[in-house]
Design a protein around this ligand. Sequence first.
Ligand code: CDP
Ligand code: MG
Length: 856
Amino acid sequence: TEEEPIEEIDLTNSKLSDSPSVDRAALEEDRKRKFENHLGDSRAGKILKKARSKVEENKMKAQEKQSEEEVKMQRKVIHVNRTEEILASRSKLPIIPEEQVVMEQISDNIYVVLAGETGCGKTTQVPQFLYEAGYATEGKIIGITEPRRVAAISMAARVGKELSLTSEEVSFQIRFEGTASSKTLIKFMTDGVLLKEMGHDFLLKKYSVVCIDEAHERSLFTDILIGLLSRCVVARKKRNDPLKLVIMSATMRISDFMENNVLFKTKPGFVHIPARQFPVQIHFSKVTPINYVETAVKKVIQIHKKLPPGGILVFVTGQQEVLTIIKHLQRLCPNTEDPDESVNSNDKKGAWRKRGQKPLKSVNLDEVKRFPEEIEPGSDSDNSETEDVNIDVDTSNLEPLHVIPLYSMLPIEDQKKVFEPPPPGKRLCVVTTNVAETSVTIPSIRYVVDTGKVKDKLWDKVTGVQTFRILWCSKASAEQRAGRAGRIGPGHCYRLFSSAVFEHEFQEYSTPEIKARPVDDMVLLMKSMSIDQVKNFPYPTPPDDEQLQVAEELLLHLGALQRPQGARKGHPSTISPLGLTMSQLPVGPRFAKMLAMSFSHSLAEYMTLLAAAFTVQEVLLEAGGDKALEEKWTAVRKKWTGVGQSALLGDAKVLIRAAEAFEHDGGSPEFCIKMGLRHKAMVEIRKLRKQLTNNINILVENQKEIILNPKLKPPSDEEATLLRQIILSGSPDRVARKVQPDEVSGGEDQNKLKNAYKCGELEDLVYIHHASVLRRTKPSWIVYQEAFEINGKIYLRGVVAIEPEWILVLCPTMCRFDKPLKDPPPYFDHTDGLVKCFMKSTYGKQGWELPVAQIE
Ligand code: CDP
Ligand code: MG
């Protein structure tokens, strides 16, 4: 051939001298010339020249891109003019002198862990550092997530004020409420909001930086966010559009993040903000009181009476306790404002809101909840009434006290009051849940009264039986609470428990939420994001395999997940079309399935009401031994239940009728007592239903809008049957069967067996709760919404009668069939004792009989 052998020259990696004295440009020129000569005019030469120019072109392009990147990296610094007052308050914060260190770490690393004592300025200052360094330029924004609504709202307001920006520019966003817009530069949001955004845009392209605040709280959705973001930042780096992840935490258990090589492939940057804390003297109680609410009131009065000026902060477990303590203090101290004015202001506005109007405030959704701002740590969902007690304490010569509440469900305008100074001459006393432990720092506190208690929901991992317990908080939490007293000067913390109890009964740290609750909503969320191998997800603390398995199985039973036909048990499941719809709904998977089903039957109005009503605890009052009352209430419930097919709707029917009667009456407490309803529960149901209806109408496009009809008519027999089927379809694992007298060996008390039921998963016998209308009729097959334990006996609530044949069709995965059942049809007919199934398209025309089946 005419081609000459050519010397190989590496164009991309030419070894120019490393010595700085050599003129690189000259050398490069020389090399190019030599190469040019060498190639000559041969064909190979021509080809190579072409290739070379291509390489050069690419190189130039790369250089251009790089310089573009560099420009981007040199962000436009923004200058902020702050008022004297703000400058003065900032200058006291320990994080201010560390600004450069913090910003260097963020600039040098894609992930940074920032640890600092509560109140050092993480939440309010880091977003400002980032803003001034230009992280909110070039169309990008700064995001900060909070596990609590209170923090998202109040911190956005504070940062907006410090930067003199509008509430749109420094916005907050909680689910269904917020000020974020296209003008937003800094966005405070609950972690659920960001999770939802990651569902649409995994790369979070509009953010330049995301700060995960309160990471030490280890809420389930914060953990999931950190896992997702650990991958997201790597993907963004690869795209030359870096996203920074800043994990902000109080100084506890940092190692879960720092030494986690599953989460972070390279070690994250780290900044520790030294504390500027005054000493706090800890006073343990000699004995641990039983009634800590009463003891807390006494302690506040003692402090107020005897000790020098300074705010008092009281920690209890929930909204109800907060309100009880306030009521007592208000009674004992003269001139103390009526807190009910602020606390219940929202209830008084109880008019029905029309669609399109924004909800005034979000309410606690309990099981209906799905997203983190709805599953708040230390949430205030308690419905327990605290009885009035006369507190024996010397109240002579008491000065007035400025008492204010703080809890997560407090209306926004009332939350702000904790930051305002008390009226002149009055001592401030804030009664709070663990909201004030780390997320909100109240200025001017000198005395802390700590009950050492925290409210915790516990679930049995397998059966899902739920218990609600007041527990000791962790040692770390107790330290945090005490620390609140040492912000302005030396302080005192009064612990309402003994040092022995603290030493022996307090855990070091509280358990990460992911280890302590069912994870079905989390698994559904992940699958909806195509994360099919949920076991391999980079969790900060992985859940147990058993938990994941239970969740996946429930979702398979619900039809939210699917496995290819014939796949083995371990094969990862993927989301089904039904599951995708369910993942859009703002409720847990069970209610999501029921709601999804109810849409196809135009029964969504009933189902939203039922989802709300089933969620609220103890709606129906118990007579507690009062025979006359019991008779009266039983009669009311019987009347509501009615007769015929629709009576089999049981508790669901009672709840539908109760809600209607409540609205008809206008919702007075007297009416509720007369009808055997707990007033607070009814108010809660009204709120929840309203919110749920609004939310679903916003979310579910292309669906007929749900009408919020306060006076919903009782369902017809046909509708009631469909509702029973829908409720069953969402509760496949909550079916119970009446125990036959000959079924249990002679040892058991036959009388007790009369009321006993058996559930698939539970070893123990279960019983329909006294307040349920079906306790008397005792249907053979039932579904329930809640199983809970009282004195070692398991009771069922939210009970509805079903026909066993329905299980075959609606919950086929719960059954074992002799012949395989192909594509379980969603519609069926139940006449003449024969179960006939119909495909949707042929409904009412053609059907076929079910193969012989055995219900497990
Ligand atoms: O996040 P971290 O606990 O480190 O502190 P921060 O929430 O940024 O609070 C820093 C300081 O700002 C505290 O002393 C708060 O009392 C104060 N602050 C305030 O005065 N008003 C607000 N609305 C929010 C915070
Ligand atoms: Mg903070």
